[in-house]
Ligand binder design. Structure first.
Ligand code: FES
Length: 317
């Protein structure tokens, strides 16, 4: 789908919002809170950004992008866009759905991780559902969407935690989460360290993995693995073909070299687009998409980044 950048606005330190309108004027597909789009950037990269517009703002998609110092080029390319630039987008897709049947939802946003959670909080508030949103930022100037968070329907449910402001208690995840119980859901989005912190405290407190919903917006910048990767074979059960995966290749690359195409988007184990069923063998999970419980089942993996612990992996392809 082709869109045009209709409006660019600086909404916090290093954070810009972009309104994307359809190029042909036709309506954009609807989406639910938590959904993201894939943006094909002029430099060839594809990046995922959560949709954070208001329900009533139809006719354009709103995304917000933080310029990252550890960026692999995505956020810098986004920040170079100007109103009037054309872009290709795909989606929306939603791997971070909101459970609107929850009795209580606790949302943890770290930095730019506010984007999907803002849309969720507004949707919950519109339904008069029980919710708390904890939004953590390093400095107040880095907090985006404060006006929307201060709207009458949301204000009482939002706590802003600012690292640099003395005298304010830091976020105590275990205290604000309370006891796990059926119907209570946690949602977390933000930098990897923030997510690990929230998720590990929830796990220690006995929260069921299925009730701790998470969305990583970027894989950590990978260092070279100390352990050299090894070659293995993937067997495609529908054709019976056995395709070798060299130590230097991803499964997606090895399959593509043999004419087998798997849809990909982020190519860093974040978005879930390449999710593939595993029928035998043990994947070496390297993604940030699956939960621990899903990994343990060994029945699916992300071939854009994950590998195999067994000499052969049998795939449902
Ligand atoms: Fe995004 Fe594989 S392409 S997880």
């Amino acid at each position: 789908m082709n869109v045009v950048v209709a409006r660019v606005a600086d909404i916090a330190t290093d954070i810009r919002s972009f309104e994307l309108a359809p190029l042909d004027g036709g309506p954009l597909p609807e989406y639910a809170p938590g959904a993201h789009i894939d943006v094909h950037l002029p430099n060839g990269l594809v990046r995922q950004y959560s949709l954070c517009g208001r329900r009533e703002d139809s006719g354009a998609y709103l995304i917000a992008v933080q310029r990252g110092s550890a960026s692999r080029g995505g956020s810098h390319a986004m920040h170079a866009l100007r109103a009037g630039d054309a872009l290709r987008i795909e989606g929306p897709r939603n791997h971070f759905p909101l459970d609107v049947t929850a009795t209580h939802s606790i949302l943890f946003a770290g930095g730019i991780g506010i984007t999907p959670l803002l849309a969720m909080a507004e949707a919950l508030a519109a339904r008069h559902a029980s919710l708390d949103l904890h939004y953590c930022v390093r400095e107040r100037s880095r907090a985006a969407f404060l006006e929307r968070l201060d709207a009458l329907a949301l204000r009482a449910h939002v706590t802003l935690h600012v690292d640099s402001e003395p005298g304010k208690p830091a976020l105590n995840v275990s205290r604000v989460s309370g006891e796990p119980a059926p119907g209570r859901h946690l949602y977390v989005c933000g930098p990897a360290g923030f997510m690990t912190h929230v998720i590990s405290i929830a796990q220690q407190a006995g929260w069921d993995d299925a009730l701790v919903h998470r969305e990583y917006f970027n894989a950590p910048v990978a260092g070279k693995s100390a352990e050299a990767d090894e070659a293995f074979v993937v067997r495609l059960v529908k054709s019976g073909r056995a395709i070798p995966v060299a130590a230097s290749q991803t499964v997606v690359e090895a399959l593509a070299a043999q004419g087998v195409r798997i849809d990909t988007s982020c190519e860093q184990g974040v978005c879930g687009t390449c999710l593939t069923r595993v029928l035998a063998g043990q994947p070496d999970h390297r993604d940030l998409f699956l939960t621990d419980a899903e990994r343990t089942r060994n029945d699916q993996f992300l071939p854009c980044c994950s590998r195999s612990r067994t000499p052969e992996l049998v795939l449902d392809l």
